[in-house]
Design a protein. Structure first.
Length: 224
């Protein structure tokens, strides 16, 4: 890159598309679906993995340092939540898994009507998940969307995939490991509550004894 091109890139990054009154460049906004949202957040895998054995090739969406600058300026006044799109899909995945596990448990107990109600909720959640996936898909480079995105289950530390199917999710949230950790955490919370209650009682008893001693001292002074 020539010195002039480097200077132009630096100005783009600092000032955005509005520099020099360049109206042509302002025709596309950073919120446009053609713009790589990962690039705006400086985390496009096509850039990060370039030149490695996991090289994804050139990103098909628009990369422009000036648009990133526009986004950074605008995000100081408004949160655009691009980084939360994938998290939303994960949350809906978890909700589906938990609902399916609950429906299976109700069915096993013979509570068919309640089980069906839960399955209705599953269908509604699946629709919300598809909508969230569309938003996520539009914010990510096409070739990277299908790569498995993993996160750790907050309860049992098992890995959950962004694209795990319903069966996998139900098996996880209804599984012995996950339920076992829930039981352990509930017991721990119960023990913490008991300890806190006992500590509070000790504090109250201590305060009560102190007040009684103070009262006795005042009574002694009055009798003198």
């Amino acid at each position: 890159m020539s010195a002039q091109a480097q200077m132009r890139a630096m100005l783009d990054q600092l000032m955005g598309t509005s520099r020099d009154g360049d109206s042509t460049r302002q025709r596309i906004k950073f919120s446009d679906e053609r713009v790589c949202k990962s690039h705006l957040l400086n985390c496009c895998p096509h850039d990060i993995l370039s030149g490695t054995r996991m090289d994804l090739g050139e990103c098909l969406k628009v990369h422009d340092l000036a648009l990133r600058a526009d986004y950074e300026i605008a995000s100081k006044q408004q949160d655009f939540f691009f980084e939360l799109d994938a998290e939303k899909v994960h949350e809906l995945n978890e909700e589906i898994g938990k609902l399916l596990a609950k429906a299976e448990q109700l069915g096993a107990e013979g509570n068919v009507e309640e089980s069906q109600k839960v399955m209705d909720e599953v269908e509604k959640t699946r629709i919300r998940k598809r909508e969230a996936e569309e938003i996520y898909r539009s914010s990510m480079p096409a070739s990277s969307f299908q790569q498995q995105k993993l996160r750790v289950c907050e309860v049992c530390s098992a890995y959950l995939g962004l694209h795990d199917n319903d069966r996998r999710l139900a098996d996880h949230f209804g599984g012995k490991l996950h339920l076992g950790f829930i039981e352990i955490r509930e017991k721990l919370d119960e023990l913490k509550r008991i300890v806190a209650e006992k500590q509070e009682k000790r504090n109250q008893d201590r305060l009560k004894r102190r007040e009684e001693r103070d009262r006795e001292e005042r009574d002694k002074l009055k009798r003198r």
